[in-house]
Design a protein around this ligand. Structure first.
Ligand code: MIC
Ligand code: SF4
Length: 652
């Protein structure tokens, strides 16, 4: 039977031994590579340690320090040392702070067509740019995959995005993915993979493809993937890794769930306006809006090509005096390359400030804009307060639009600059210097794990009770992101201490949530969250489930839930209910007393579950979509208690 690229790779990695694969069916796949980063890594490895495994069971596992390299206070530096000793002991490559953003570095140095990659970050699909199945997940799922080599996922439906034509000057990969977001929006895409194909693919280099697969995450798909072709070979060859290349194409008559055609030649510069990457307009529609800040970088747009293009646009000019502009190269390789060319000189002499090769501004670690400022960024997310300034208006654009606007001080369509579009020559060979990777120890038994004094323990949930009885502690609307649930930025340093970090749960939307939830928990009642559509968009941070669990949240009742977050809720024993009838959402208010009786039994029977709103004296219906395995996990109170239970019952 003819197959899509997605089907080929998934089926070749399946350990489920199915004769046929149907969308929605849970399968287990073999994971070749894993990736963690410091913001999610410390908690992931604390959980990994509880699995009591000697060495990772993957071909390659890499542990990056790239998010919080600013290190305000000792917490981050302590965590980084913890991560380094963990890596040395368990067979994991350690990428030191300064080596670059995990996705960019992994693409350059480890990505391999046809393999699978699982990582504790939502932008793992970046490596789909070389034809890998690269999936983001919560830290616990990655910990389990490192230990056991497998990962469970729902067999996806595949949408083909057929590209044809060629991008016009001043239009680049970011505009392509913003067009994809315009078509698909940030919700309603759970369970799908975007598979790119068509003649237009050839016109895009691997880093451009990676910009597109990176930001596909914002649509909520399982992953995005490109074929592996001569352009992929050219990229791997430049990285001195041609032997890692293998061709991968979809079969000619492969069947897709749907096909969407995009003419690259018709795309114009686009922008995502506040506060969602799904709010798309043409740059020209916003032209003239005064800006205060420009940030070029992040895992979406920080490749050699992106920075060279920005440098060429800025060459010999200076940025507008009202604009504060920064650039963060995606990797040390990119930084070394632009330093070797005169691009770094051009950037700096245009008055841009150089930041470390790290995530930094993208998740609010530094560069918070001034009050009410308009900030233009080449990153992938503009959620409320993510920049660290709640009143800031963050717009997401291409490097071309960012550089042009930095010069004029207002949002500017780069086509209107009136200068020729810079042609960037991509070298045949990049600078290869792997000295900032530290290989695992050859004597792991001698490694002692370093633990900083602030580090917490892994909180565990209890088995699901017969009845859930409690209060709606918070009622939220549509599109609640994990940035709303638990903040990044200056709070990121508490990620290894769930008890401390939990104090900031829902800080952005309701600073009194923590007190309320802790009081209800201490009274022995359950906390219940009610939400609208697409709850849990955005990042993979498992703390968005872990912290609510710590505060006694037992159930979520939403109109719909995003993939990674739903998996995280299950991992921490929170029941992910959805309304059978969405209109019932209006029958619940914050503070209402709810009773969900006989939950254990009804859940096992796959029955609709009655939710009695005692305050309104009204019964609503909820459902929970879980595989048999997930049901067991929820009943046990989460993945770690479930693993312990199964180990006790089947000691081998
Ligand atoms: C992000 O972009 O929000 C992050 C920070 O990289 C997260 C991971 C995290 O929350 O630590 C992600 O996208 O998964
Ligand atoms: Fe880092 Fe931003 Fe990419 Fe997340 S989205 S990995 S914070 S650069």
């Amino acid at each position: 039977m003819p197959k899509t690229i997605t089907q080929k790779i998934l089926e070749a990695h399946s350990v489920s031994q199915k004769k046929e694969y149907a969308p929605g069916q849970e399968i287990a796949i073999r994971i070749d590579q894993t990736l963690t980063q410091d913001a999610t890594g410390a908690m992931a490895y604390l959980q990994f340690e509880t699995l009591e495994i000697d060495l990772v069971d993957t071909k390659i596992s890499v542990n990056y320090v790239d998010h919080n390299t600013l290190q305000m206070g000792p917490e981050n530096a302590d965590d980084h040392r913890y991560l380094q000793t963990i890596a040395a002991k368990y067979g994991i490559i350690f990428s030191r702070a300064g080596n670059g953003i995990c996705h960019q570095v992994h693409l350059e140095r480890f990505s391999k067509p046809g393999e699978t990659l699982l990582g504790s970050d939502s932008h793992i699909p970046t490596c789909g740019g070389v034809g890998m199945i690269a999936i983001g997940a919560g830290g616990l799922d990655v910990a389990v995959a490192m230990g056991r080599g497998t990962f469970f996922l729902s067999y996806p439906k595949v949408i083909k995005i057929h590209l044809y034509g060629k991008l016009k000057p001043w239009v680049s990969a970011k505009d392509v993915v913003l067009t994809v977001l315009e078509i698909f929006s940030t919700r309603g895409n759970v369970g799908y993979v975007f598979e790119y194909g068509g003649e237009g693919v050839k016109t895009l280099s691997v880093p451009e493809r990676a910009t597109i697969t990176n930001m596909g995450t914002e649509c909520g798909v399982t992953t995005s993937i490109f074929p592996s072709d001569e352009r992929t070979r050219e990229f791997l060859k430049a990285q001195c890794r041609e032997s890692d290349w293998a061709p991968i194409q979809a079969d000619e008559d492969a069947v897709y769930d749907s096909v969407v055609k995009i003419d690259l030649g018709e795309i114009v510069p686009k922008v995502a306006y506040p506060h969602s990457p799904g709010n798309i307009k043409q740059v020209r529609d916003l032209a003239g809006l005064k800006i205060k800040q420009v940030c070029i970088g992040s895992c979406t747009n920080s490749s050699y090509r992106d920075l060279m293009v920005a440098a060429e646009i800025l060459k010999g000019k200076t940025i507008h005096p009202d604009v504060s502009a920064v650039v963060a190269p995606g990797s040390r390789q990119v930084l070394l390359m632009i330093a070797r060319e005169s691009a770094l000189y051009n950037l700096l002499s245009s008055d841009l400030r150089l930041l470390e090769s790290s995530c930094g501004f993208c998740c609010g670690i530094g560069q918070s804009p001034q009050t009410d400022a308009v900030s233009l960024r080449t990153s992938n997310r503009n959620f409320l307060n993510r920049s660290g300034t709640k009143s800031a208006q963050v717009y997401l654009v291409s490097p071309e639009t960012a550089a042009a606007s930095a010069l004029t001080g207002e949002i500017t369509d780069p086509r209107d600059l009136g200068t020729p579009y810079p042609h960037i020559w991509i070298p045949d060979k990049f600078i290869i210097d792997d000295s900032m990777f530290i290989q695992p120890s050859e004597r792991p038994e001698r490694i002692e794990i370093y633990r900083g004094p602030h580090m917490g323990t892994v909180p565990l949930s209890k088995p699901l009770p017969e009845n859930i009885l409690g209060e709606v502690t918070i009622k939220l609307g549509d599109n609640v992101t994990t940035d709303h649930i638990v903040p990044a930025g200056s709070r990121l340093k508490y990620r290894a201490n769930a008890a401390k970090y939990a104090e900031f749960t829902f800080e952005v939307v309701d600073p009194s949530f923590y007190e309320r939830a802790a009081t209800i928990r201490d009274q022995g009642r359950d906390n219940i969250i009610v939400a609208g559509l697409s709850y849990g968009q955005g990042s993979s941070r498992e703390h968005a489930a872990l912290c609510p669990m710590y505060l006694g949240v037992r159930a979520l009742l939403a109109k719909s839930i995003e993939r990674i977050h739903k998996a995280n809720l299950i991992n921490f024993g929170i029941v992910p209910f959805t309304f059978v009838n969405e209109a019932d959402y209006d029958w619940i208010d914050q503070g209402d007393e709810l009773e969900i009786p006989d939950t254990r039994h009804l859940l096992q029977e796959n029955k609709k579950i009655p939710v009695f709103n005692k305050t309104k004296n009204k019964t609503l219906e909820a459902s929970v979509e879980l595989s048999e395995r997930e049901k067991e996990i929820i009943l046990a109170g989460g993945t770690l208690p479930y693993i312990k239970e199964t180990q006790k019952n089947n000691p081998t």
